[in-house]
Design a protein around this ligand. Structure first.
Ligand SMILES: *Cc1c(COP(=O)(O)O)cnc(C)c1O
Length: 401
């Protein structure tokens, strides 16, 4: 019987400390948030878990633009983009994105999606047709993996950031179309993919490089354009997916690539064609968000973020030096994702609970999201954190050590 079947699976998760639950946020993320816990109590927590890296979700100019967009367009888009859902604001966001990426992608064009999950399904499943072979990095985000499951292409995995392994796999392939698929910044580790080496292999083996820049956009590169700008890459072989719910502070996603690739996605991507377009007010506000990311203010926020990263790493490294018996390990990351690897599931959840007792919210991440025995605190920093916020986190960790 279905209910018994599901209950026994739920019980098995509970026995392994793998049960997940949602909390109710009563306010926005700023980075202090009033959160109602499982006990029904609401309290203010200092959050180190948002992917709103630039702190734009709470930016007053974005809230104003959202309200202005609602005044102009009202609520929902009412239909899929190819029917009547594609507003002037959708059009302008795509044009802005194509312009932003034109230094790195020749003949760049952009196409919008409601979420990054949808964009990844679209680009991987649509380009990965029966003539293609997909070379997929082992630590790719779940949405890229699900894209490979929908694709008709043969799927080959290569080891994490292992250019030699990828070279061997590419050399062994006789596929007519070769697609290398990778996260730019790995979401649970914070490390950056070796994109210059991946692009060189793409050129050598006549392959295409699909880059998921969910955690690079807005954060990496002096102008915030993400991992391509960070490495100074330029090629028509680059296909970039970016999300707009993280550092852009709103919602949505896009794929930017050579115009022929985008023309084809518009004709063939099922989750573009058969899904209602995002609300136009969100797109209207995205124009403000894109302008902020590219502005001097965006640059200043990125610089502050880099300072916070260095401060946090110094603080945690000193703490680990003072407590050499601790099995904790700080991942090698130069991004706002700063994971502290703890080990066991129960241990990481106990630590997260102890931090919450001290008014700090840092999520524990467990398998299957990360490998077994590598459960971790996924600390993320935002430009709206202060130096004092970072010091408070280090002091709270010290109290749990
Ligand atoms: C968050 C994320 C996505 C999905 O983006 P959404 O807009 O949240 O659906 C895709 N890839 C990576 C690496 C992500 O972290």
């Amino acid at each position: 019987m279905l209910l018994d079947h599901l209950q026994s699976k739920l019980d098995a998760l509970k026995a392994q400390s793998l049960t997940r639950f949602t909390r109710v946020a009563e306010t926005g993320t700023a980075p202090r948030q009033i959160v109602r816990g499982a006990d029904g109590q609401a309290r203010e927590l200092l959050m180190f878990c948002s992917n709103d890296y630039l702190g734009l979700a709470a930016h007053p100019a974005i809230a104003r633009a959202l309200a202005e967009g609602a005044d102009i367009y009202g609520g929902g888009s009412g239909a899929s983009p190819l029917v009547s859902g594609h507003s002037r604001a959708h059009h302008d966001v795509e044009a802005q994105l194509a312009d932003w990426f034109s230094p790195w992608i020749p003949q760049a064009r952009a196409i919008g999606f409601c979420t990054g999950y949808m964009a990844n399904l679209a680009v991987v499943a649509t380009l990965g047709d029966a003539q293609a072979e997909i070379f997929s990095e082992t630590l790719n985000h779940a949405s890229l993996i699900d894209g490979t499951r929908l694709a008709k292409a043969k799927v080959t995995r290569y080891a994490h950031v292992d250019l030699q392994d990828l070279r061997t796999q590419l050399a062994a392939s006789s596929a007519r179309i070769k697609l290398i698929v990778t996260d730019a910044v790995f979401s649970m580790d914070g490390d950056i993919a070796p994109l210059p080496g991946l692009l060189a292999l793409a050129e050598e083996f006549d392959a295409w490089l699909i880059v998921d820049d969910a955690h690079g956009l807005g954060v990496l590169g002096e102008g915030g354009a993400g991992s391509l700008e960070h490495f100074g890459l330029r090629s028509e072989r680059l296909i970039v997916m970016g999300t707009l719910g993280k550092s852009a502070g709103l919602a949505g996603a896009f794929v930017v690539a050579h115009s022929t690739i985008i023309d084809y996605l518009l004709q063939a991507a099922r989750n573009y064609i058969f899904s209602t377009a995002s609300p136009p007010a969100v797109e209207h506000a995205l124009l403000t968000s894109l302008a902020l990311m590219r502005s001097a203010e965006g640059r200043a926020r990125r610089e502050h973020l880099i300072g916070l990263q260095a401060r946090l790493r110094r603080g945690i490294e000193a703490l680990l030096d003072r407590h050499p018996q601790l099995p904790w390990r700080l991942a090698a990351s130069s991004t706002p994702i700063q994971p502290l690897i703890i080990g066991g599931n129960a241990e990481v959840m106990a630590l997260a609970a102890a931090l919450e007792q001290q008014g700090l919210r840092v999520p524990g991440i467990r398998p299957p999201t990360v490998p077994k025995g590598e459960a971790r605190l996924r600390i993320t920093l935002c430009a709206t954190h202060t130096d004092d916020d970072v010091d408070r986190l280090v002091a709270a960790l010290e109290a749990c050590a």
